[in-house]
Design a protein around this ligand. Sequence first.
Ligand SMILES: Cc1cc2nc3c(=O)[nH]c(=O)nc-3n(C[C@H](O)[C@H](O)[C@H](O)COP(=O)(O)O)c2cc1C
Length: 340
Amino acid sequence: MDLTTRYLGLALRNPLIASPSPTNAELGHLKALEDAGIGAVVLPSLFEEQLLARRDRLDEIFAQGEANNPEAQSYLPTQALDGPYGVAPDSYLELIRKAKGALDVPVFASLNGSTPSGWADYAAQIEEAGADGLELNIYYVPVDIGVSGAAIEQRYLDVLASVRREVRIPVVVKMPAYFSSIGNMAQRFVETGANGLVVFNRYLQPDIDLLQMKLSSELELSRPAEMRLSLLWIAVLAGRLDCSLAGSIGVESADQVIKYLLAGADVVMTTSAVMRHGPGHIATLLAGLEAWCEARQVPSLDGLRGVMSRDRLRAHTAGVYERANYIHLIEHYASSVSHR
Ligand SMILES: Cc1cc2nc3c(=O)[nH]c(=O)nc-3n(C[C@H](O)[C@H](O)[C@H](O)COP(=O)(O)O)c2cc1C
């Protein structure tokens, strides 16, 4: 069964990609993902805050060093540069180099930021360290109610442009699902230089702990039911943008992988399932995908990809992806309730 896939102009052995997670910072885990058959991996994000903190501390150290020794740079203690979260910037470049050395599959890096200045030049170092591509997770909550949607959209585009300027490797935007016009933003990301879009980023909102009367932010892994919005937009965007599309959120079994491919995704990403079942789960997902294709005598993913996209279905069932389906669903639900 031929599962080979093109993503960002690269040839992958199959469409499964391990999306960023803390375990993707461990070489042993990355190697286990590769042994289980993964098509490519994305390293966990390095955060804008880490890069800015590092820069501030470097400035501080240089300022002190200048007074004592103009060659202070040569003996900077690396532990002094550790950022507030996870992997520190210098170790991150080392992680890219090691992952590239240890793995045959493509290795993508990830940057998480929300402002278009001060840190984007780090992307050039990521490219230099050997990353095959760079995923950009642009995240902030626009709590200032005076800021317009147009200004927020422009901020996203400016962040992308500032990173795009720094590198030649493919850049992928991990898209939020919260723009007024998802399709138009997708198109503008591509016009601004995105080579791929992850549809979508999964945001974690805080909860309120009623017992302790405080905000809680427990991280919950995703469930398959959460995939519907991503599935809808993969189906709507497939074949209409000059970029790769990655289906993301809610993969648990091969069923979700197949659905994303049918909707038109080039690749499918997974984190929660790997965290739940371990890296060996990738082999289970691939076996399920192969079995499904073989049972239907589909020799390669070309015979499956996009078959259920909006463009391909348009003649028969355009409404399913649009508003008309809403009435049908509610009518159907109402009649099923009244018959109980
Ligand atoms: C523990 C954990 C850590 C994550 N860390 C990152 C990260 O560093 N950068 C990022 O872009 N996404 C991160 N994510 C999001 C995942 O990459 C993924 O997009 C999300 O979990 C949705 O996919 P899933 O439904 O397959 O889990 C993280 C998710 C989890 C559960």
